[in-house]
Design a protein around this ligand. Structure first.
Ligand code: 5GP
Ligand code: ZN
Length: 118
């Protein structure tokens, strides 16, 4: 199975071909600031491997989604939003607002959040 997709924007960010403001560069996981932030802290946490969404990555059974979530929490601590609370979002499918089909976890924090989301 190929672990990169040459046409995928986030694979290109992972390889350095497309620049991004990197906040974490771990072994299997990378995090960078969203280009269109929806909160004072808005970071995208992705695996370097290409998986179209969180369900596909979870199905691979390699603990990648766990690692993404752990990394998101660690970044929330570094950003000073862990104690007040933060939101992790995996948009899954175009009807839910997914526009980039490479698994990414949105870490949103630094402001109050409403429920239900829009
Ligand atoms: P989705 O809508 O798929 O859940 O989230 C995709 C996110 O990627 C959006 O929040 C969008 O602002 C962000 N994004 C799209 N293109 C780029 C880019 O080139 N660089 C960065 N840093 N973020 C991007
Ligand atoms: Zn990709």
């Amino acid at each position: 199975m190929s672990t990169t997709d040459p046409d995928c924007l986030f694979c290109k960010i992972a390889s350095g071909e497309v620049p991004a403001e990197i906040v974490r560069d771990g072994g299997r996981v990378l995090a960078f600031r969203d280009i269109n932030p929806q909160a004072p802290t808005h970071v995208l946490v992705i695996p370097r491997e290409h998986h179209p969404d969180a369900v596909a990555a979870a199905g691979a059974g390699t603990g990648l989604v766990d690692e993404v979530v752990r990394e998101a929490h660690s970044i929330a601590e570094d950003e000073g939003v862990a104690s007040t609370g933060y939101r992790l979002v995996f948009n899954t499918g175009s009807g839910a607002g997914q526009t980039v089909f490479h698994l990414h976890c949105h870490l949103l924090g630094g402001r109050g959040m409403e429920w239900p989301p829009g």
